[in-house]
Write a protein that binds this ligand. Structure first.
Ligand SMILES: *Cc1c(COP(=O)(O)O)cnc(C)c1O
Length: 399
């Protein structure tokens, strides 16, 4: 079958909820993807921040293959070693105390919301169910995670959603205070807003929110599904803010391509929230997925990945800053580490499409006007130079 026939078959059988680009990716090697004709693409999207170690990593594949041949699933009714090891590695890397494995980021958010409600219920009884979320945020597409996602047009067709959600302005502490009531049980935010346009939290803002949560005994939920796992230069972005959340969500790069997420809580939260019977999942944390998680954390250590991210980030930032200087239609660079965005006054969707189809460069958009770059963490200066050449050829078409 040729590409046209495959795409026709896809459109016949798949529910049309994505406007996919007309590209069929077949395999990957390092930071490159290859289509069905073996044509090579430079990947600065990493499957939306998932493929931190790039494609075809042998250490990763060996760990998964070994696990695949032993056991892929047992259920959460029993213990198995990969989950035990993965949980220990997450708590060690994050400073959180307890882990619950999920299958996705959205499910991690669901668990975080249930944890906050149960914590308030345990401490104060029913009724304290309100959650303060941030405008411009993204937390997922399930009903609960959508309820705290700050984009009205994503939510509106699905009302009524979870009740008791109020939206505050990100990085505006006064607006958080204005939404606070006696019924508030949690404040949820991304440490660095991803889909909303690459906005890092201000240190002062997040520290004030932390203090408020302590004073009122409400939970701070930090969603690091996108900005976690080394992307900003620390294993979790909050570790650069001198604070710790009560609940942390992590996914995307957690399994380097294997679908897995987790929410993590402190001992204080664990002691007054979910207990047996309150929560569960069939697949969540199965042996195959948690073997991937354990291997990912091992590779962070073995390859000294955080050192690499911190070493390469200035070169990436300088390269992007030169583009901001050179092109009038780029008004700013925003982000942290290898999570960067260029704010454009030209149509970002056109830039993303031209980059992919004409330059074989895979990039993303965020919000209405941001070109979003989430390269695999293993990129080199040479890859960044190649990115610059390709994106400049795209930009030149808009001059
Ligand atoms: C992607 C994302 C989610 C949702 O994760 P899924 O695995 O797609 O359910 C939640 N929060 C943030 C910050 C994300 O970037």
């Amino acid at each position: 079958m040729n590409k046209k026939e495959y795409i026709e078959k896809a459109d016949k059988n798949l529910l049309h909820v994505y406007n996919r680009f007309p590209v069929i990716f077949d395999y990957g090697k390092g930071v490159y993807l290859y289509d069905e004709l073996d044509e090579k693409y430079l990947d600065f999207a990493s499957g939306i921040g998932v493929m931190a170690f790039g494609y075809g990593n042998e250490d990763f594949e060996n760990a998964l293959t070994t696990q695949l041949k032993r056991i892929t699933h047992t259920s959460n009714l029993y213990y198995h070693v990969p989950m035990i090891e993965a949980a220990e590695k997450i708590t060690k890397a994050s400073g959180m105390d307890k882990v619950f494995f999920t299958n996705s980021g959205a499910e991690a958010i669901e668990g975080a919301l249930k944890t906050a409600k149960k914590y308030a219920y345990t401490k104060k009884g029913p009724g304290d169910y309100e959650v303060i979320a941030m405008e411009n945020s993204f937390h997922g597409r399930t009903v609960g995670s959508l309820s705290v996602t700050g984009t009205e047009h994503y939510r509106e067709p699905f009302y009524p959603l979870m009740s008791g959600v109020e939206f505050a302005t990100f990085n505006d502490f006064g607006s958080v205070l204005a939404k606070l009531t006696d019924k508030t049980c949690a404040i949820i935010m991304e440490t660095v807003q991803g889909e909303g346009g690459l906005y890092p939290a201000d240190k002062e803002f997040i520290q004030k929110v932390r203090q408020l949560c302590d004073e009122k005994d409400i939970l701070l939920i930090l969603d690091e599904v996108q900005c976690g796992m080394g992307r900003t230069g620390s294993m979790y972005a909050f570790q650069q803010y001198d604070i710790k959340p009560d609940v942390l969500t992590t996914a995307k790069a957690l399994g380097n391509g294997v679908p897995v997420g987790a929410f993590c809580v402190t001992d204080k939260v664990a002691a007054s929230s979910l207990v047996p019977g309150d929560h569960g999942t069939t697949y969540g944390g199965n042996p195959l997925c948690t073997a991937a998680v354990a291997q990912v954390f091992d590779m962070f250590e073995d390859y000294k990945m955080l050192d690499h991210v911190n070493a390469i980030t200035p070169y990436f930032e300088q390269t992007l800053d030169r583009l901001v200087e050179k092109y009038d239609f780029i008004t700013a660079r925003r982000g942290m580490g290898l999570m960067q965005g260029l704010v454009l006054t030209i149509p970002v969707k056109e830039v993303v499409t031209k980059a992919l189809l004409e330059e074989h460069l895979v990039v993303l958009s965020a919000g209405a006007d941001v070109l979003r770059l989430l390269p695999p963490l293993v990129i080199t200066e040479q890859n960044i130079d190649e990115f610059k050449e390709k994106i400049e050829r795209v930009f030149e078409k808009f001059v």
